[in-house]
Ligand binder design. Structure first.
Ligand SMILES: [Zn+2]
Length: 550
């Protein structure tokens, strides 16, 4: 699709609220319509509830289709309530378009962006503020189990608190909006808390479970996958979740993906592998490159760089996440893979991931941070509605409760104002990471008459990008990352005299690795073309050259 004479204005990306699925669909549709020469909107497949999972393919179509270029994959919002990821991914999509053609990146690289890999979970979170990880299984309703629901009809799923002699919470004397842990000195009333919802086949006892089976799709990737109970949320088998399977099939259906990035919400950080074990389990040179790239991310976002295993509170042991994205991306795709934890409201309120959030030693420390956050929030001019007043309600099963408290969807991320700035930083990281793409080219293709009908054809096939075609050391041995192949396709009536026509070059290192190739042909006719050279394989993109008769 050629560039429109006067490209339409790009749709504005408002950072004033999280998008519903309908709003997301509207935005990506408008972006694709504004720049049909750059953006192709398609679907990875349907979510479990039947929502198409939007995929944006972004590249300058005038310089060839996406599948012929090295490609960078971004996904966001795998966890339902981590809605910031969708906005960050969309900001990258929009900025790539805005920066073209001032930046020539889209002439050489394609971006595959899935802004919301979990549209069902996100819709639940954005419309109700209810909390699930990726998905819960509500088909198997278990007795004495509470399923989240908007019981009082105000459109939101909040927290229910109810006076109870065994209640673990009391109202915070320093901020009556909050609940804090009860201690031996606490004065009544004592509260028990539950998410707003209805209890399936309740036997009237205090033993109430919350939700059924919980799925965490960031434990459903194939590397080192372990079933429950070894890994909570794992699902039944790697890629058992249809949304994740759609993404896996997409990735393994393409040779050209050289980088992957995921967006999450947690205490702000640039996460890099490993998800289990230690750096020494990875190739040492790969760790250096990953750290180096992650520090670029840190520079642009002011986030700390943290290997996934160390993404934990100070007092906790290293976390070993099975079936996790980073280990999958490194060990199964052979790529340098990153996740941005885009932050939480605590970060926006001034608390730092390492010095504050991970440094807590007790419930009291944590409660002090929430209190501090509320004070900060009270001072803000422009405020998201993060708190709902505790309001009495006659629950059909529990009787008198109060419904209210903090809205999880706002706590889970930075303010949207902060997110705009953060997304500008992660975009710069993506440009730096993408700028290192491998790039396989055909140089100096030429033919020379050597007597009679015989011609000598020469060309150099080289990788002029920074990454090798196998990207990481780990990737060198993986069958997924194919070596570079040169197909020699003679024109009609042209006969190859050399013993070898096609060449398998294997992988090419970055920048300086090139092979001089030579063929002899006999071309008795007077056709204008002698042959075509087609270069494919590796992650460095495809190239073709038509060799004319000299
Ligand atoms: Zn997450």
């Amino acid at each position: 699709m050629p560039a429109p004479k006067k490209p339409k204005r790009l749709p504005a990306l408002s950072f004033d609220h999280f998008f519903t699925y309908a709003e997301l669909t509207d935005f990506v549709g408008k972006l694709a319509k504004a720049r049909p020469d750059l953006v192709t909107l398609s679907s990875l497949g349907d979510s479990r509830e039947g929502r198409p999972i939007h995929l944006l393919t972004i590249t300058d179509s005038a310089t060839g289709p996406a599948e012929d270029k090295p490609a960078y994959l971004i996904h966001g919002n795998i966890h339902a309530i981590e809605l910031s990821g969708t906005h960050a991914a969309l900001a990258t999509c929009r900025q790539l378009c805005a920066d073209h053609p001032k930046s020539d990146l889209l002439k050489r690289v394609a971006f595959y962006v899935v802004p919301r890999i979990n549209p069902d979970g996100a819709e639940f979170a954005v419309t109700t503020s209810g909390t699930i990880r990726s998905r819960t299984d509500r088909s198997l309703r278990e007795p004495n189990t509470l399923y989240q629901e908007d019981v009082d009809g105000n459109g939101l799923i909040l927290t229910m608190r109810q006076e109870h002699p065994n209640g673990r919470f009391v109202a915070d004397p320093k901020d009556r909006r909050l609940l804090i842990r009860r201690t031996a000195e606490s004065k009544p009333p004592f509260y028990r808390t539950l998410p707003e919802g209805m209890i399936h086949q309740w036997d009237g006892t205090d033993n109430i479970k919350v939700e059924g089976r919980n799925f965490d799709w960031n434990r459903n990737w194939s590397y080192d996958w372990q079933p429950e109970p070894a890994q909570h949320g794992a699902g039944d088998f790697p890629f058992s979740e249809p949304e994740m399977r759609a993404l896996a099939e997409f990735v393994f259906g393409r040779d050209n993906i050289f980088a992957v990035l995921g967006y999450h919400n947690g205490p702000n950080a640039v996460l890099r592998p490993p998800s289990t074990g230690a750096d020494t389990d990875l190739d040492a040179d790969d760790v250096k490159v990953m750290q180096d790239l992650a520090e670029i991310g840190a520079k642009h976002t002011k986030f700390p760089v943290i290997p996934v295993v160390k993404y934990r509170r100070d007092y906790q042991r290293d976390i070993n996440l099975r079936g996790h994205f980073h280990n999958f991306g490194y060990h199964h795709l052979g790529l340098f893979v990153f996740e941005f934890e885009l932050g939480m409201l605590l970060n926006s309120a001034g608390m730092k991931t390492k010095d504050d959030i991970f440094a807590v030693k007790s419930h009291q420390d944590y409660e002090a941070q929430i209190r501090r956050m509320m004070k900060w929030w009270d001072r803000q001019k422009k405020r998201a509605p993060i708190f709902r007043k505790w309001t009495g309600f006659e629950h059909p099963q529990l009787g008198r409760v109060e419904v209210g408290g903090l809205l999880k969807k706002h706590l889970a991320g930075p303010t949207l104002g902060d997110l705009r700035r953060i997304a500008a930083g992660t975009y710069k990281f993506t440009l730096a990471h993408a700028g290192r793409h491998p790039r396989v080219v055909i140089e100096a293709p030429q033919a020379e008459a050597v007597g009679g009908d015989v011609y000598r054809i020469r060309a150099r096939v080289a990788n002029r990008g920074e990454f090798p075609t196998h990207v990481s050391k780990k990737g060198r041995g993986l069958r997924r990352l194919k070596g570079v192949r040169v197909d020699f396709v003679p024109a009609e009536g042209v006969e190859l005299l050399s013993r070898v026509g096609h060449h398998s070059l294997g992988h090419l290192a970055g920048v300086t690795d090139g092979r001089q190739l030579e063929w002899f042909v006999s071309a008795p006719g007077d056709g204008r073309t002698l042959c075509e050279l087609r270069v494919s394989g590796g992650t460095g993109g495809n190239a073709t050259a038509r060799i004319p008769r000299p």
